[in-house]
Design a protein around this ligand. Structure first.
Ligand SMILES: NC(=O)c1ccc[n+]([C@@H]2O[C@H](COP(=O)([O-])OP(=O)(O)OC[C@H]3O[C@@H](n4cnc5c(N)ncnc54)[C@H](OP(=O)(O)O)[C@@H]3O)[C@@H](O)[C@H]2O)c1
Length: 269
């Protein structure tokens, strides 16, 4: 039995990953689905069970350490092992720092994106070592290149990159692989739900969304990267290019980052 925990499995990329894995592995798969919205998790669970997978729905707020540790404990109690942990739960944010009055939500974002992944991973380590398993991390292109309007989000995603690159080397002797994935713009509602300058749901996207990658393709790339135990999955041509361009022509990358924003959310001069 292949036991896989997916955080942020109630919607978007995490939910699609669960469905694709269930379709592919059927009765050989046990899924643990975590997020805050129980109803949405139950809906995803029903779809996965139809493909033959066993599913544990585990309501979890990854911004709370005790809940992350409880998630891992419940997964092991139910299925007695963990083969893969997919740290996917995350929130977005879009605001120019100069427009932010209270930075309290910056800390909240860090708790969800970085600390949620760190707490779940720390709790799961002994079980992943026992299974010579896989850790998968859903970072972002914003974790490779600093983006305007993303001081909060980029900081969380760069922090994830540092934490998990270091952990990859620590885990190599134990046969635990670590796949860091870097999606670009993917067609989900994440930007609408993300914080605005006041720490409220933005209700709109600040990015040009045409050309966004489909959620199906993004989930497929993460799934394949995990199966192959790839070090990294950098998605989209733009993502791969900006990484190299940052070394050769960093000023040009800054201009491209501004061009990706809608006019009304660009830095004001
Ligand atoms: N979409 C993109 O363009 C894009 C690009 C690069 C990277 N990413 C990354 O991909 C990951 C998934 O994003 P998505 O686009 O699929 O977003 P999404 O559709 O908004 O889904 C986010 C998921 O995370 C969960 N989540 C949010 N806060 C949580 C919390 N405190 N505790 C537990 N679960 C929480 C949500 O469930 P509940 O609300 O039910 O808790 C939901 O299941 C994120 O880490 C994001 O940063 C996305």
């Amino acid at each position: 039995m292949n036991v896989v925990i997916i955080t942020g499995a109630s919607d978007g990329i995490g939910a699609e990953l669960a469905r694709q894995m269930a379709q592919q592995e059927g009765t050989n798969l046990a899924l643990v689905l975590a997020a805050r919205s129980t109803d949405k998790l139950e809906q995803v669970a029903r779809q996965c069970r139809q493909s033959g997978a066993q599913v544990l729905v585990r309501p979890t707020d990854v911004g709370q350490e005790a809940e992350c540790r409880g998630l891992i404990a419940d997964a092991v109690n139910r299925f007695e092992r963990i083969d893969t942990l997919i740290n996917n739960a995350g929130m977005s944010a879009h605001a120019l720092l100069e427009d932010v009055l209270d930075m309290g939500w910056y800390e909240q974002l860090m708790r969800i994106n970085l600390w949620g992944s760190a707490w779940c991973t720390h709790a799961a380590l002994p079980h992943l070592k026992a299974s010579r398993g896989r850790i998968v991390v859903v970072s972002s292109l914003a974790g490779l290149v600093g983006l305007p309007g993303r001081t909060a989000y980029s900081a969380t995603k760069f922090a994830m990159t540092g934490f998990f690159e270091a952990l990859r080397i620590e885990m190599a002797p134990h046969g635990v692989s670590l796949t860091l994935t870097y999606p670009g713009v993917v067609a989900t509602d994440i930007r609408h739900r993300g914080f605005n300058a006041q720490g409220q749901p933005a209700g709109k996207s600040g990015l040009h969304e045409s050309g966004a990658m489909s959620v199906e393709e993004c989930a497929r790339l993460i799934r394949v990267g995990s199966q192959r135990r790839q070090r990294e999955v950098v998605m989209s041509f733009k993502g791969k290019m900006s990484r190299w361009m940052k070394l050769i022509a960093p000023g040009l990358v800054d201009q491209l980052a501004i061009a990706a924003l809608k006019e009304d959310v660009r830095p004001h001069g």
